[in-house]
Design a protein around this ligand. Structure first.
Ligand code: IPE
Ligand code: IPE
Ligand code: MG
Ligand code: MG
Length: 282
């Protein structure tokens, strides 16, 4: 099957599983959770989970609960990111953000609900018996990367570092944490269940670090290019720090480095290659 058709089919499998996970109730809380999850996200992180697993021969049905959990964590982080106390964004994916549609109280709890559900879903994953013990290791790694030294720590840096005077190394640390962490988290199920060798693990992590930085620089370029660039000036932003041309060059260089690392990791990396190259379509 052609790579684009394969990725499309994988995205459909992710959508179907997310629908199943979030269809158990119809309370305002669940409506708010579904509003956040089903509003046109690209599903980049769950697709990475499937792609990385396929690199190491892990079956899709084994990967799917982890892939969906990553998407739940991602959407919790966006609900909270949009709240008035953080980025104060009224819009997300062209629709009212969760707190605009449901109120701050329900939005806050919908974020909590998605985060907690993600860990429930991962706990219920059923890898084949001889790999069962690896599930706890995956949950530990994802917990750390989503936690105070990962995504949450990065969000703290994002709201506390001064956008006008931030230094280059501070910018990269904050981006690595706030955005890079979940990209690395998405690669963990494949690395761990696929029992990658230490050198393969290192190469995939190098791929993930470069993709994570590229992902945020791309988002910064997009935010800056939009008519209302207040988003780009009230928070640290690559274009403000380096300029547009240098940001685009950095984006290209990071993707090149990601693909170089990938070549060291596995010969079945066409899906991971495809997803990294997607970030160059602006
Ligand atoms: C947006 O992430 C937030 C960042 C980490 C830059 P995505 O660009 O993956 O958002 P969706 O889910 O596709 O809307
Ligand atoms: C989002 O960062 C990162 C997380 C939610 C952890 P941004 O604030 O830069 O993303 P957008 O532009 O709102 O999607
Ligand atoms: Mg933010
Ligand atoms: Mg934001």
């Amino acid at each position: 099957m052609h790579i684009e058709d394969r990725i499309f089919r994988q995205k459909e499998a992710i959508e179907q599983e997310l629908q199943r996970i979030l269809s158990s109730q119809d309370s305002p809380l669940f409506q708010a959770m579904r509003h956040a999850v089903f509003s046109g996200g690209k599903r980049f992180r769950p697709l990475l989970t499937l792609a990385c697993g396929h690199c190491f021969g892990v079956a899709e049905e084994t990967l799917l609960p982890f892939a969906c959990a990553l998407e739940l964590i991602h959407n919790y982080s966006l609900i909270h990111d949009d709240l008035p106390a953080i980025d104060n964004d009224d819009w997300r994916r062209g629709q009212p953000s969760c707190h605009k549609a449901f109120g701050e109280d329900i939005a806050l709890l919908a974020g909590d609900g998605l985060l907690t559900l993600a860990f429930e879903v991962m706990s219920q994953a059923r890898p084949e018996e001889k790999l069962g013990h690896l599930k706890v290791q995956i949950i530990e790694e994802i917990g750390k990367l989503a936690g105070v030294n990962g995504l949450i720590g990065g969000q703290v840096l994002d709201i506390t570092l001064p956008p006008a005077t931030i230094k280059e190394e501070e910018y990269f640390e904050l981006v690595q944490k706030k955005t890079g962490s979940l990209i690395l988290a998405a690669l963990q199920p494949g690395i761990i269940l696929g029992q990658a060798s230490p050198s393969q693990r290192e190469a995939i992590m190098e791929y993930g670090k470069n993709v994570g930085l590229a992902f945020q620089i791309r988002d910064d370029i997009t935010d800056f290019s939009q008519e209302d660039s207040s988003k780009a000036t009230s928070r640290p932003n690559s274009v403000r720090l380096f300029g547009m041309k240098a940001s685009q060059q950095k984006l290209h260089l990071l993707i090149k480095k990601a693909l170089q690392a990938l070549n060291q990791a596995c010969s079945e990396g066409d899906e991971l290659r495809f997803l990294a190259l997607k970030l160059l379509d602006l």
